[in-house]
Design a protein around this ligand. Structure first.
Ligand code: AMP
Length: 443
C-alpha cells in the first residue's frame, strides 16, 4: 500500500517523500481514507506510530484552498495537552504543507496573547493549541464558528491533565456540522465517555493492543540500591558510550538532584520539568536534539508527544506513579519501527511498582544486576518498616485499651482517678516502644 493509493494528493506526496516516508504506517493506512471520507474517527494509537501524519495529511488535504476560496476564517482546530506537543504537531504540519497555501498557527501559553490575536485577525486556516490558551483567545473574541475539522490529540492525557471542562466549553462553540477526530494512546472509560459526547457515528481505528509497549523496544531492568542509582546511571551511560539518552524521574525534585549529580560526574546534561520556563524547556529540548547535551532528565511532562528522531535509549531512573506513563515514556524510543532500548533502575520500592507495569503491558520485564552495583540484601523498605511499626503500635494500643477497659471495670472502685491518670500514658507508651525495638532488631 502506498500513500498514493490512499488518495493523498501530489503536493503532500512530495513533502512526505522529502521527509523520507516511504510507505504509510498502519494507523495512516487505516485513518487517512476515513478522514478523507469525512467520517468522525476514534483512533487508539500508540505513541510513535505516525499518528500526526494520520490526521495531519488528510486534514491538510481536506482544508486545501481552491482558487475561488477566499475564506479568512479558522477551519481547522487541533487541541493537544502540552505546549511541546502542540509545537511539534505545528512543525510536522508545516513540513507536510510545504507549497500549499495554508496558514497554520500554534497558540500556546507562555507566548504573548496579543501577538497571537493579531495573527489570527490576519487570517489563519488551522490553529493548534492547548485547551487553556484556545479558551483564552475565544474569550477575547476569536471565533470557532467556521471549524470544519476538530482534532483532539492525546485525548487521554488531556483528561488526565484536567482539560475535560475546557473541551466541554469549546465543543459547543463549533458549528453543528464538523468532522471530529479523536486520537488517544489508551481507550479508558473516561476517553470513551468523552468520545460519546464529541463524535457522531465514528469509525474506530485501533492499531495496537491496549497499553502494550511497542514491539521493537527491548526492555530491561537493573536491580540497585536507591543511593547507588545515580552512580549506576552514570556508569551505564559512560561504559556503553550512550550519546543521547532520555532519563525519567518521578518528581521535579529528584530530576534536579539527579542533574546536579550527573554534572558532578562531568556529563553534559539538561533538565525539563513543570517548574522550568517554556523558553528553557524548548532551548534544552533543542540542545538535546542537536546533540549539544547528552543526557536529558525529565519528569513525565516530557513522556508524551515529544518526538526526538532516532532516540535509542530511554532510562527510567524512577518508575512513574501511574503505570500507563511507563508505556508513554518508553515509547520515546523505538519510534517508527526502529529498535530502541528502555532501561529501568529498580530499587526496593520500584521492584514493587514494576509489577503494575508488567500487568499493564502483559509481559515480564527481565531483571538483571550490574557487577559492582549489586543491591544490598539487608536493606529494607523504610515505608514497610513504618507500616509494620504503625500497625503493631495500633494493635498494641488496642490490646492495651481493652485490657485497661477490663481492668477498669473490675478494679474501678479500688483505684482513685489520679492513679488511673498516671498509669494510662505510661502503659500505652511502654507496650509499643518495646514492640518497636523488637521490630527494628528483627528486620
Ligand atoms: P508520531 O507518532 O506522529 O509522533 O510519529 C513518530 C515518528 O514517525 C515521527 O518522527 C514521524 O516523522 C515518523 N513517521 C510518521 N509517519 C511515517 C512514515 N510513514 N514513514 C516513516 N516515518 C514516519
Amino acid at each position: 500500500m502506498s500513500f498514493e493509493k490512499l488518495g493523498v494528493i501530489k503536493q503532500l506526496l512530495k513533502s512526505i517523500k522529502d521527509l523520507g516516508y516511504e510507505k504509510p504506517t498502519t494507523i495512516q493506512k487505516r485513518a487517512i481514507p476515513l478522514v478523507l471520507a469525512k467520517s468522525d474517527v476514534f483512533a487508539t494509537a500508540q505513541t510513535g506510530t505516525g499518528k500526526t501524519a494520520a490526521f495531519g495529511l488528510p486534514m491538510l488535504q481536506r482544508l486545501r484552498k481552491t482558487t475561488a476560496d477566499e475564506s479568512r476564517a479558522i477551519r481547522g482546530l487541533i487541541l493537544a495537552p502540552t505546549r511541546e506537543l502542540s509545537i511539534q504537531i505545528y512543525e510536522d504540519l508545516q513540513n507536510y504543507a510545504k507549497g500549499m497555501d495554508l496558514d497554520i498557527s500554534v497558540l500556546v501559553g507562555g507566548k504573548d496573547i496579543e501577538t497571537q490575536q493579531k495573527l489570527l485577525k490576519k487570517g489563519v486556516d488551522i490553529i493548534i493549541g492547548t485547551p487553556g490558551r484556545v479558551m483564552e483567545l475565544v474569550s477575547k473574541g476569536v471565533s470557532l464558528a467556521s471549524i470544519e475539522i476538530f482534532v483532539l490529540d492525546e485525548a487521554d492525557r488531556m483528561l488526565d491533565m484536567g482539560f475535560a471542562k475546557d473541551i466541554r466549553v469549546i465543543h459547543p462553540l463549533l458549528p453543528k456540522r464538523h468532522q471530529t477526530l479523536l486520537f488517544s494512546a489508551t481507550s479508558s472509560d473516561k476517553v470513551r465517555k468523552l468520545s460519546k459526547l464529541l463524535l457522531t457515528k465514528p469509525d474506530f481505528v485501533e492499531v495496537s493492543k491496549k497499553n502494550s509497549t511497542v514491539e521493537t523496544i527491548n526492555q530491561v531492568a537493573y536491580l540497585v540500591d536507591t543511593d547507588k542509582k545515580a552512580a549506576l546511571l552514570a556508569y551505564i551511560i559512560g561504559s556503553r558510550n550512550f550519546r543521547q539518552v532520555l532519563v525519567f524521574t518521578k518528581t521535579k525534585a529528584s530530576a534536579d538532584s539527579l542533574i546536579a549529580e550527573l554534572k558532578n560526574d562531568g556529563l553534559k546534561c539538561g533538565v525539563i520539568h513543570g517548574d522550568k520556563t517554556q523558553a528553557h524547556r524548548l532551548k534544552t529540548l533543542n540542545e538535546f536534539k542537536e546533540g549539544k547535551i547528552k543526557v536529558l532528565v525529565a519528569t513525565d511532562i516530557a513522556s508524551r508527544g515529544l518526538d526526538i528522531e532516532d532516540l535509542p535509549f530511554v532510562i527510567n531512573y524512577e518508575l512513574p506513579s501511574i503505570p500507563e506513563d511507563y508505556v508513554h515514556r518508553v515509547g520515546r524510543t523505538g519510534r517508527a519501527g526502529k529498535d530502541g532500548i528502555a532501561i529501568s533502575l529498580l530499587d526496593i520500592y520500584d521492584v514493587f511498582d514494576i509489577k503494575a507495569v508488567e500487568k499493564l503491558i502483559g509481559k515480564k520485564i527481565q531483571k538483571e544486576v550490574v557487577e559492582g552495583f549489586e543491591p544490598d540484601k539487608s536493606v529494607r523498605r523504610k515505608d514497610q518498616d513504618e507500616v509494620k511499626i504503625k500497625s503493631e503500635y495500633k494493635s498494641a494500643e488496642k490490646k492495651q485499651s481493652s485490657k485497661k477497659y477490663s481492668t477498669k471495670k473490675s478494679t474501678f472502685k479500688k483505684l482513685d482517678s489520679k492513679k488511673v491518670g498516671t498509669k494510662k500514658p505510661a502503659e500505652a507508651k511502654k507496650a509499643p516502644a518495646s514492640k518497636k525495638r523488637k521490630t527494628t532488631k528483627r528486620d
